[in-house]
Structures are given as C-alpha cells and as structure tokens.
Design a protein around this ligand. Structure first.
Ligand code: AMP
Length: 212
C-alpha cells in the first residue's frame, strides 16, 4: 500500500508530476480538480453544486469534496494505494482523511515562485475533446491552436486560468492550503521539492527524495 499526496499552489506541476509517479508506482492519480471538472461537464448534482465555486477560483465546500474522495478511494484500482493531486486542500479535509483511517506515506510539496506560477497558468491551454494539456510558451502544439493527439481545434483556456481567477486561486491557496505544509512537516512526512526547471529533472528530484 502506497499513499502519496502532491501539495502545492495552482500551477506548481502537481498533475504533471503525479502522472509520472503513476507509472513509477503503478497506482492511480486521484485529482479532485479533474473529478470535479468531469462532474461539471456531466451535469451531475455534485457538478452543479461545485460549479459556481470553481468558476470563481474558490475552493469547493469541504463536505462535497470529502464525500467525492471517500467514494473514489473505494474503487478497485485504488486497492494498492493512490496519489492524491490537489487533495487535501484544507485542515478539515486532512482531518477527514484521519477519520477515514487513511495514512499518507509522503506529502510531496512542490515549490515554485509566484511570477513563475502566473506565467505557467496564464499560458496553459487544453484540448476540449481529449483533454491533452499544452502551454503556449513551454509546450506548444506542433500546429498552432490544434491538438497534436486528436487534431481538435481550437485549444481552450480553463475558465479559472484567466488572470482575475488565477489571483483568487493563489489567495485561496495561501489562506487555506499553505498551512498544511507546516502541518505535514510536523508529522515528519513532508518532502520539499524545487518545482522550477525541466519537468523530467523535477521527476528525478522527487524520485531521489523518495528513495526510488
Ligand atoms: P485544480 O485542477 O486542482 O486546480 O482544481 C480546480 C478547482 O477545483 C479549484 O480551484 C477548486 O475550485 C476545485 N477543487 C479542486 N480540488 C479541491 C479541493 N480539494 N477542495 C476544494 N476545492 C477543490
């Protein structure tokens, strides 16, 4: 059983690095952001309740997110562990994990400066069909505004990657989520990683810190 968590501000590269760890550890990534976006797209009750918060760069209420995670971790693919990406994001959510008897092995805190976060988020684009993610500056598609994987065009910008929403998400992170760094440090399971530079290098930093 391996339970990992990616902790860091929006744009730190939690999702990118979690995907790399999926291959290394053969356990699934559980991204609450992805689950909530899927719920929103599918028009479920949860999606409808979460949408106004997400669209304004605010955190979705704890009870909704906790219920969703509780269900997700009972699915068969999670039996040998998982990598939480973007969860927990508040103290209440981390306490809910204790109540579920979920003990995290490592919390990987990815550190990136604020100007760099803004650059990364503002340039992020994705394919509305296959969800492949690009960056106008760092990872552009071969043909402008067209998905390399499925040919879909145009690429879209997440509604919460617009400048005013980015600012709000960073404020939420500082107020609600960043206190978890000290909390997990106190538990002796925090691994701090410099999140600037080539994603392949960052992956190596994580793997060497985890001793894998
Ligand atoms: P992300 O893709 O992780 O940046 O998440 C996108 C949005 O989904 C966030 O800005 C929140 O509105 C919502 N969200 C994702 N994870 C959580 C969470 N653990 N708690 C509350 N809201 C969340």
């Amino acid at each position: 059983m391996k339970r990992l968590m990616m902790l860091g501000p929006p744009g730190a590269g939690k999702g990118t690095q979690a995907q790399k760890l999926v291959e290394a550890f053969e356990i699934p990534q559980i991204s609450t952001g992805d689950l909530l976006r899927a719920a929103k797209r599918n028009g479920t009750e949860l999606g409808k309740q979460a949408a106004p918060f997400m669209d304004n760069g605010k955190l979705v209420p704890d009870a909704l997110v906790i219920g969703m995670v509780k269900e997700r971790i009972t699915l068969p693919d999670a039996k040998n562990g998982y990598i939480f990406d973007g969860f927990p994001r508040t103290r209440t959510q981390s306490e809910a994990l204790d109540e579920m008897d979920v003990v995290l092995d490592h919390v990987i805190s990815i550190e990136v400066s604020e100007p760099e976060l803004i650059r990364r988020l503002a340039g992020r684009r994705s394919c509305k069909e296959c969800k492949a993610v690009y960056h106008l500056e760092f990872a552009p598609p071969t043909k402008a505004d067209t998905c390399d994987k499925c040919g879909c065009s145009p690429l879209i910008q997440r509604s919460d990657d617009q400048p005013a929403k980015i600012k709000q998400r960073l404020i939420e992170y500082a107020a609600e989520t960043s206190p978890l760094i000290e909390f997990y440090q106190g538990k002796g399971i925090l691994v701090q990683i410099d999140g600037e530079g080539d994603p392949k290098e960052i992956k190596k930093r994580i793997q060497s810190a985890l001793g894998t």
